[in-house]
Design a protein around this ligand. Structure first.
Ligand code: FE2
Ligand code: FE2
Length: 167
């Protein structure tokens, strides 16, 4: 299934611009490249359960390009406080420039994925789906580090215990 998924997304993710997203920090512990692919994969799994309800190509394009803003807001000079509000429009602009015209579902997914942080809710089921999958992926992104920290704490505790036994 993962090979099939990769074959579906490879044309979009293989450009230099898309690859540059690996350098853009996202949700503290990951990058926009990994995050966007995760969102697309969650959408793909949802599609497999409801293949008659969505157009897969539209779903994957919208998901892969929803955070295609291509700047690191942690760096000086880039939108910082306004990032939450600015980046959907920037992603849409970049996506249109690099991947051609977007249909109304792809547009809805990109422009309204930040709802309810941004005031305008999605207008289509594609838009509502990405709102859900984006939050789900974000929770996973943060959980990566929490799991890592927990493991590290456990290791430290074990090391201390071992030291006591040796002494
Ligand atoms: Fe976003
Ligand atoms: Fe996102």
């Amino acid at each position: 299934m993962k090979t099939e998924f990769y074959n579906l997304i490879k044309d979009i993710i293989s450009t230099d611009e898309y690859q540059s997203m690996k350098e853009i920090k996202h949700h503290r512990y990951t990058n926009t490249y990994m995050h966007s692919i995760r969102v697309a994969y969650l959408c793909y799994l949802h599609y497999l359960k409801h293949p008659d309800k969505y157009d897969l190509n539209t779903l994957l394009r919208g998901a892969l390009l929803h955070d295609y803003y291509l700047y690191d807001w942690h760096h000086k000079g880039n939108p910082h406080v306004r990032h939450c509000f600015v980046h959907p429009k920037r992603s849409f602009k970049n996506a249109t420039r690099d991947y051609g015209e977007l249909n109304k579902y792809e547009r809805d997914m990109i422009l309204h994925h930040m709802w309810p942080v941004t005031p305008i809710p999605p207008h289509t089921k594609y838009g509502w789906l990405i709102v859900k999958m984006d939050k789900k992926a974000a929770m996973h992104d943060y959980a990566i580090k929490m799991r890592y920290k927990k493991r590290k704490r456990k290791m430290r505790k074990l090391e201390k215990q071992n030291k006591k036994v040796i002494e």
